[in-house]
Structure formats: C-alpha cells, structure tokens
Design a protein around this ligand. Structure first.
Ligand code: CMP
Length: 148
C-alpha cells in the first residue's frame, strides 16, 4: 500500500496537441500509438477545430512574438487533437518524445523529426513546465481531475 501511494505521487499530467498539419496528413493514429507505447495514459482527448480566438488565448504567452499571428492562424486551419497525458514525469517525457521545436533540429526517432515539416508545422505541442501544463489543461479541459 505504501509503494502504491508513493508511485501515485510521482504521477503527472501534461497537455498535448496533435496539430492541424499532422491530423491533415492522417498521422493521428501513428502518433497516438507512439504515445501509448511510451507508457502514457490518455486521460482526456478531443478532436476540435480551434477558432483563431481560441488559439490566441491558448498561446497568449507568445503574443508579443513575431510569429504569433502566423502560429494562431495555422492552429485554426483544421481540426487538431487535444489530449491530457499522464505518466511519471509526463511533462519532460512528452517533450522528449516530441523532440526539438524545429523538426530540422529534432533527434532521430522523435515525433517532430518524423512528422514535422517546419518550426510552425511541427506536428505536436506539449506543455513546457508545471505552471503552463496547469494553464493549458484547464484551458481546454476545465474541471479535469489531476489526482485520483
Ligand atoms: P509549440 O510547442 O506549439 O509552442 C509555440 C509554437 O510556436 C511552437 O511550437 C512552434 O510551432 C511555433 N513557432 C513558429 N515560429 C517559431 C519560432 N521562430 N520560434 C519558436 N516557435 C515558433
């Protein structure tokens, strides 16, 4: 009972997106297969075509960046897959599976290397820290349960 409680305490949730480029290219199934093979539990999932306003709210932290308008327009070009992923050390682990933001710089075997075409059309998104994970999970999955 002690060990079970201890393992539970290491569980973490992160927020993931399969972006419109990857959904359009029919890579959804292969990406989800990689997520499950890596040991994540999918706690929530939704196919959703974001409005520009929803994308702007989601990426508000980047609003001063030169790529903000292009990024938020791209994110609303078609449906994406929104997911809450759980595992031990989920935030770091999901970032490792995705690889570097720029697919050209991503390691072999990562999702962005395999499915991404450019820094904007980079197939997937993941939260970069616990505070952004909490914001992003709450933005699209309000009321989601973090521990159970
Ligand atoms: P993501 O992890 O979704 O977070 C912000 C996104 O902005 C990033 O992935 C990229 O797809 C996108 N982006 C576009 N241009 C740039 C850039 N020059 N530097 C960083 N991110 C960029």
């Amino acid at each position: 009972a002690h060990l079970l409680a201890y393992n539970r305490s290491l569980m973490e949730m992160t927020f993931a997106i399969i972006k419109p480029d990857a959904v359009r290219a029919r890579h959804t199934g292969r990406i989800i297969e990689r997520i499950e093979e890596a040991g994540f539990t999918i706690r929530a999932m939704q196919l959703r075509h974001l409005t520009v306003k929803e994308a702007e709210g989601f990426y508000a932290v980047h609003k001063e960046r030169p790529f903000f308008a292009s990024l938020t327009t791209f994110m609303s070009t078609g449906p994406c897959i929104l997911m809450a992923l759980e595992s031990e050390d989920a935030i770091k682990k999901w970032r490792g599976l995705m690889g570097a933001t720029d697919p050209a710089k991503a390691d072999a075997g990562t999702l962005r290397k395999e499915f991404g075409a450019s820094i904007e059309n980079n197939a997937t998104h993941g939260s970069d820290a616990p505070d952004t994970a909490a914001f992003e999970l709450g933005y699209f999955f309000p009321g989601i349960q973090f521990a159970r």
